[in-house]
Design a protein around this ligand. Sequence first.
Ligand code: NAD
Length: 556
Amino acid sequence: MGKTFDSNRLKELTGHANPLEILNDPYMNKGVAFTEEERDLFHLRGLLPPRVQTMEAQLGRALDNFRCKPNDLEKYIFLTGLQERNETLFYRLVMTNIEEMLPIIYTPTVGKACQTYGHIFRRPQGMFISINDKGRIAELLGNWVHKDVRVIVVTDGSRILGLGDLGAHGMGIPVGKLALYTALAGIPPIHCLPVTLDMGTNNEALRNDPLYVGLPQPRVTGEIYDEMIEEFVLAVQEQFPRAMIQFEDFSNDNAFRLLEKYQDRICTFNDDIQGTAAVALAGILGALRITEADLCTQRYLFMGAGSAGFGIADLILRAMEQKGIPREQGLKQFRFMDSRGLVTRSRTDLRGRKSEFVCDDPPLTDLQQVVERFMPTVLIGVSGQPGVFHQGVVEAMARINPRPIIFALSNPTSKAECSAQQCYQWSDGRAIFASGSPFEPVTIAGQTFVSGQGNNAYCFPGIGLGVIMCEASRVTEEMFLVAAQTLAQMTAQSDLDQGRVYPSMQDIRAISLNIALAVVDLASKRGLAQRDLGEHAKERISAWMCNANYRNYANR
Ligand code: NAD
């Protein structure tokens, strides 16, 4: 108090050489919420307006600003700006308005943000590592200011959501996913590192865009690509030995290959494949709580035979195996259709994993006919083809089943196989419907139906939290299974009564905590936990989770 500014003293206290640096540090900055004492201590007087305001007042202002924005992209830009100015306020705002903010910081708005990244770019978030950095990736990672990184989300930008190759502009995805780790599972942001591996882009329009921020050259492939990934993985182990690596939005060929290559070697997973499966399985388990039926006796028809479909099928089969049904036997209860019809053994055009999922039925190309012949209890859309669950298909499902389970998981909303309204209407309100993108509640003949959204955000933050807390050496398939089972159990009866197979997003912190506990428990049973949390695991995890409260710097 009353002391003249002393740069060395300030540096000792805060790590910053002058007061402006404090205001520019999103981790420390509290804006007008800096207290009188802190303003003296950090020499902030005169640099802030005189009235000290509460976080609640700041939140009110931020929310007003957010809601005034004319469209979702502007809202995204506003939130990014807030995150860069005052991280604590950003997370508190998101945490207290989860359902409103989630579609902005993540899908669908994040997709638009990636598509326009070069135009809305203000300052970089995360790390960009390009193919030109090959040979010195560890050195680059050493430039990251926070040294105790526990979770890395990495993309090569080759398949951003359903939008294709967006190259380095895919950075919005790791940034968004890590924001969810903090907002939904309380993982402190200093432990999170978003990474984009710039391998070039095959998107010619981007390469020709003068505002493209990545390398304007075609993608590298083959050996060089693999060497780059390998070097990145090794460099992470060197610089951040406690970090879990989440692969995100890699094109299908690489996604499966890299998962297979690394899942037994390092602590890693792929959310597009494994996280999607956990959320879909949780939805099915929720639906089966409504129909009071057993997972092992269902007949599953998948429209779409790609990474999402096979990931979901693998996890259902795993759940069946847990109940004593061998995979080979379980497979008989599955059918897959792709753009050329039913995936049958007689086909000669099957690539990749499709040959593992063939059936011996005669060929058919029409979905309704397959429904009528196979008589599925569960129909899952992962084809990216809007309208393929037409009236005839839904009516056929409703003829066969008193409560047909119909999930139209393709994103975004415009790609959904059918809408919630159509599904309820064509099934006389009997269908149990869930989708990949949100739909508004539907009212038919005075009854309101609230459909569930199979949002990956239900599972991966909790799984990550569990893995980090017990320092699990691997992320296993079984962890996704327990995550799905835990999530399904958390759906309230009142939600199920309305046809909603997932719990409310408002409860996401409790959901993440429970999933984390289940993962920790499993990891210790399987000998994968490198840190024992003991019998007070729940309290220890809760205490570690960040709540986005301001630190009190003056009373330390
Ligand atoms: P993919 O490209 O690997 O697979 C798509 C499959 O659909 C392919 O087998 C293709 O042959 C098939 N297909 C294309 N046209 C078809 C047609 N007319 N009839 C039948 N099948 C057809 O893609 P993916 O990663 O499996 O994703 C598929 C969809 O699932 C996407 O729309 C994605 O948004 C959605 N998805 C949703 C979630 C979620 O809700 N949580 C998660 C992941 C993916």
